[in-house]
Ligand binder design. Sequence first.
Ligand code: ADE
Length: 261
Amino acid sequence: MTSLADVAVIGGSGLYALLDDAEEHVLDTPFGAPSDPVTVATVGGRRTAFLPRHGKDHRFPPHRIPYRANLWALREIGVRQILAPCAVGGLRPELGPGTFVVPDQLIDRTSGRVQTFYDTGAVHVNFADPYCTDGRAVVKKVAAEHGIDTHDGTMVVVEGPRFSTRAESRWYTAMGGAVVNMTGHPEAVLARELALCYTSIALVTDLDAGVEGDHGVTMDEVFAVFAANTERLRKVLLDVVPALPELPDDPCQHALDGMPV
Ligand code: ADE
């Protein structure tokens, strides 16, 4: 397929559309259909794709998202760099609702999700640093230009769809987690397995159950806080896209060098 886009945004809960005047492409992959048709438009001179992770009617819960189809479809249309906004719970009191975190590490607490494209052969990608260094730097710089302070930190990804118990939540904090969510994995590793740059942009929608004084998490709260911050997030994303390096030569793009694929 000819290249349709080189950057993609995978929208999370509450971000079901991003691009104006977009063309829609219905795609299929060896792993089935992606969550929805992919829309494509030009943003600041860059051909940009958008895919709502849960489908635009939010029909896929986190454990049912077709992660492999989503990543494969984006790669097929030429995408090399992915921006992945998502809703997260804060695991520390200072990371309250409305805070932006640009995760630098990930802890996988999911279970039973397929997390590889390679079922044969010795393909073992380096995942020591799961997020794109270039992408993270651009997001942090652009957010600062919008007057938004960003935090670094480790994202713990849980299986869901339930929220965590207080004991689990305290354990994640003790393990070094800054934020917790349900969709950050296997998306990040599947991007790495296709040698794509992948940058997560985590918007804190709630304090998780183990944070002192909090009442436990409700879905209504998560959606309300996300909705209140969607416009800010949208503006940052649309300015990040043209600021990404045109030909990234960072380690993500070389993740498969020397592998039998
Ligand atoms: N997504 C948003 N808030 C969350 C939380 N507290 N736990 C897991 N996923 C979330």
